[in-house]
Design a protein around this ligand. Structure first.
Ligand code: AMP
Ligand code: ZN
Length: 139
């Protein structure tokens, strides 16, 4: 896509710190890392989010993310990794070309994930959501 920044990185029109490339996948250091070594893994082909990707390409992205997760761990000596997809504006997505964040984590780093948990109001309400998601997953 012409006006997509990540497509421009893939095509080499804008420089980036590339760490991996194969037929379908491209990976590079995030320009504004949460911790040093923060890596983004993307499909070379433009999809707005991972939800639009055909299954085989999703599998390739998942495989590359695992491989690069190991690489980031080895290279940075991190204690953990947050593997994140921000899907949609409400989830914090700023760049609308599907990407996986591999964020190296350390016990005493400054990253905070704000997980303000709710409870289901009743067992019946939880069952209502269970049924809806189960039905949607069958299609
Ligand atoms: P998201 O909020 O999940 O859409 O995150 C997009 C990420 O892309 C952010 O962490 C940015 O720092 C990163 N980013 C944006 N432009 C570039 C670029 N030119 N090179 C590397 N990373 C970038
Ligand atoms: Zn793109």
């Amino acid at each position: 896509m012409d006006d997509c920044i990540f497509c421009k990185l893939v095509k080499g029109e804008i420089p980036c710190s590339k760490v991996y490339e194969d037929e379908n996948i491209f990976a590079f250091l995030d320009i504004n890392p949460v911790n040093h070594g923060h890596t983004l893994v993307i499909p070379k082909k433009h999809y707005e989010t991972v939800l639009e990707m055909p299954e085989a390409e999703g599998v390739a992205l998942a495989k590359a993310s695992v491989k690069l997760g190991r690489a980031v761990k080895k290279a940075t000596g991190c204690e953990g990794i947050n593997l994140l997809h921000n899907i949609g504006k409400a989830a914090g997505q700023l760049v609308f070309h599907a990407h996986v964040h591999l964020i190296p984590r350390f016990s005493h780093d400054t990253m905070r994930l704000g997980w303000d948990r709710k409870k289901y109001e009743s067992r019946a309400q939880e069952e209502e959501y269970r049924k809806k998601v189960e039905a949607a997953a069958r299609k």
